[in-house]
Ligand binder design. Structure first.
Ligand code: KG4
Ligand code: ZN
Length: 341
């Protein structure tokens, strides 16, 4: 009997629903919330209101696009955390109601682990190329930056993480300093294509073990620009592409250096990227390059699976279904959901 999981993602500012049958993707609908753009970041109250409006139409569309009826859904999985409490509540409440109404299992999912499991989503009629366990995943998003040892679909261990800002936050905060609208990461990526990555040098932090730090880079970037603008008020506009390319090179360098260190120490050469920043073209190129230079096998997620999406929640739900890891109706969202739960 085939297993069809409906996944729901509502942890931040994207409302998403996806359908996966036996690990094969059938639909993945994402409604972005433009309302935050003018505020330069996500406004939690506005995010939860938008989720309320989006959730039903997004789910209906996901089911229609999958070509199934609600009766064919075997289980519903949802993001329990981490994320914004008001946003999580919308997805959690919807999933509980759906599970109750249809009398099917309810499955909680950790958003961070789900980002990693996109590597196990199958496409119809395509021979899958999955990473072999154990592998290392560099999980880089707007809220988290972690090096994860993935021992099995549901067995993961954090080997290193950021001690302050996440990599995506570093992109977004430095973009804001340059007057680039939120989220600045994708725009820095775009402007960098016409810039010289060696035009400016910014300091790389020295952090113990496999941990990361990005707040020092942000501060030195701010002071650097402050000084330069004293001499030339148009410094940012006149050097935007070079500034973006140099900043991007520094952030990617910090990430890749640590990835190499962890691979050397563990002896693991099976390496994957995940999370919103995994869409960054320089990071993808730098890690892919290590296939030849270091004999790694590198797994880059499809761009559509890098930023927040419900396909990752559905695939995690599928693997939890196989192990009968179900949740009860008294479950509540966790804004600060630990990776180890
Ligand atoms: O995983 P995600 O969608 O949301 C969180 O769970 O945080 O990641 C969003 C982050 C934002 O910081 C955004 O600027 C960054 O991913 N991002 C990028 C790129 N695309 C998205 N950063 C650099 N280059 C990109 N191409
Ligand atoms: Zn995310």
């Amino acid at each position: 009997m085939s297993i069809t999981v409906l996944g729901i993602e509502s942890s931040c500012d994207d409302t998403s629903a996806a359908v996966i049958t036996d690990g094969v993707i059938r639909s993945n609908i994402i409604a972005n919330q433009d309302v935050h753009r003018k505020y330069g970041g996500v406004v939690p109250e506005l995010a939860s209101r938008a989720h309320q409006q989006n959730i039903v139409p997004v789910v209906e569309l996901a089911i229609r696009e999958a070509g199934i009826s609600k009766k064919e859904v075997s289980a519903i999985s949802f993001t329990r955390g981490p994320g914004l409490m008001g946003s999580l509540l919308v997805g959690t409440s919807f999933a509980k109601g759906f599970a109750l109404a249809r009398n099917i299992p309810l499955i909680e999912v950790n958003h961070l682990k789900a980002h990693i499991l996109v590597h196990f989503i199958r496409e119809k009629d395509v021979e899958p190329q999955f990473p072999v366990f154990p592998f290392i995943c560099l999980l880089v998003s707007g809220g988290h930056t972690q090096l994860v040892l993935v021992k099995d679909h549901l067995d993961m261990e954090v080997l290193g993480q950021t001690i302050d800002d996440a990599a995506g936050e570093a992109f977004d905060k430095c973009a804001k300093i340059m007057g680039i609208p939120y989220p600045g990461g994708p725009l820095i990526d775009r402007y960098s294509k016409d810039g010289d990555p060696l035009a400016f040098r910014f300091p790389e932090p020295s952090v113990a073990g496999f941990d990361f730090s990005f707040s020092g880079l942000k501060t030195s970037f701010l002071y650097f620009l402050r000084e330069k603008r004293k001499e030339d008020s148009g410094f940012i506009e006149n050097n935007l592409n070079d500034l973006c390319a140099s900043l991007q090179k520094t952030i990617v360098g910090i990430l890749v250096d640590n990835l190499i260190r962890v691979s050397k120490q563990t002896g693991i050469t099976e390496v994957a990227l995940a999370g919103g920043v995994a869409a960054n073209s320089a990071l993808r190129l730098a890690v892919k390059d290590l296939e030849d230079r270091r004999g790694w096998r590198v797994f880059l997620p499809k761009p559509a699976y890098t930023t927040d999406n419900a396909a990752m929640i559905a695939i995690t739900g599928y693997y939890k279904y196989l192990k009968s890891e179900f949740s009860s109706q008294d479950i509540v969202p966790e804004a600060r959901f630990s990776f180890n739960t």
